[in-house]
Design a protein around this ligand. Structure first.
Ligand code: CP
Ligand code: NVA
Length: 332
């Protein structure tokens, strides 16, 4: 795997070897951190810009901690703290930041923005989430599956809920690349876009993966190793869609019934944040309006032994470290 100087924008850009290489590097970096080995020389003296046009807990903290551990410095630009888009184009911003920083993380709306940033920056650009994709989350998710199952190839991975947004898209591509059995189990209105499904089917022919789209929960979840979900309304979508989403996606909530069809040791995953109880402002508002006390996953499943969501969240940091080290450092 030689990714030095490359951008990290979407999973379609990477070979199975490169993705597996990043997963294995993440696992190595996690072991090093747990054993107390210093990683401060890996990116010593590098400067990194973190641009967030949407809010974040995991991604921002992962980039910051990963950079600090590896000896790099960060500047955080919050959703209101820069001129981007409002007074200055992406192309101009990229050319300014590229003169000062060695690498740039960008979280925003359209994928074309992060692609434009990469085109003009002259330094590696990492996609910290767009409407269309969430590639750093993929390395953490695959790393977490490998830790729990010892392998990726042949894993039956079921995604329930909104499968046509960043998480569903990226997971389908990643599973296709890694020879996994991907199932989008949801209302057909929320299946990933046709062109992407066709692309993944082509990739699957090479890797031995399978791609299945179904609206039948029993068939979709049958013998699953992993059941995954995400919020039903993503950042940047209007509040007006909540009612429709709740109606259309409630049959695809991850709950005890979904797991009754899965393998006995099946695991629950979620990129987080999750609406599994009433301890959030939005969760409470939805409860008051629609009378439900959880959404994409029940609290019972979220809090169960099956749930590996906090391993997954921790692994965001180790895997983002791997992405930055591989594209900016000299991996040895
Ligand atoms: N999973 C994820 O990207 O979380 P944040 O939005 O908190 O960064
Ligand atoms: N689909 C979610 C993912 C959050 C990590 C969103 O875009 O808000």
């Amino acid at each position: 795997m030689d990714l030095k100087g490359k951008h990290f924008l979407k999973m379609l850009d990477f070979t199975p070897e490169e993705i597996n290489g990043l997963v294995d590097l993440s696992l190595r970096l996690k072991d090093e951190k747990k054993s107390g080995k210093s990683q401060a020389a890996y990116l010593a003296g590098k400067n990194i810009a973190l641009i967030f046009e949407k809010t974040s807990t995991r991604t921002r903290c992962s980039f910051e901690v990963a950079a600090h551990d590896m000896g790099a410095h960060v500047t955080y630009l919050d959703p209101s703290g820069s001129q981007i888009g409002k007074k200055e184009s992406i192309a101009d911003t990229a050319r300014v930041l590229g003169r000062m920083y060695d690498g740039i993380e960008y979280r925003g709306f359209e994928q074309e923005k992060v692609e434009a940033l990469a085109k003009f920056a002259g330094v590696p650009v990492w996609n910290g989430l767009t409407n269309e994709s969430h590639p750093t989350q993929m390395i953490a998710d695959m790393m977490t599956i490998k830790e729990h199952f010892g392998k990726l190839k042949g894993i039956k991975f079921v995604y329930m809920g909104d499968a046509r947004y960043n998480m569903g898209n990226s997971l389908m591509v990643t599973c296709a690349k890694l020879g996994m059995d991907f199932v989008a189990c949801t209302n057909e209105k929320y299946f990933p876009e046709k062109w992407l499904v066709e692309k993944c089917e082509e990739i699957a022919k090479e890797t031995g993966a399978t791609i299945t789209l179904t609206s039948d929960v029993a068939a979709g979840c049958k013998d699953a190793d992993v059941i995954y979900t995400d919020v039903w309304v993503s950042m940047g979508e209007p509040d007006a869609v909540w009612e429709e989403r709740i109606k259309e996606l409630s049959p695809y909530q991850v709950n005890a019934e979904a797991f009754s069809y899965a393998k006995p040791n099946a695991k629950f995953m979620h990129c987080l944040p999750a609406f599994h109880d009433l301890n959030t402002t939005i969760g409470l508002q939805i409860h008051d309006k629609f009378g439900i006390d959880c959404m994409e996953v029940t609290d019972e499943i979220f809090e169960s032994e099956r749930s590996i969501v906090f391993d997954e969240a921790e692994n965001r940091m180790h895997s983002i470290k791997a992405v930055m080290y591989a594209t900016l450092g000299d991996v040895r």
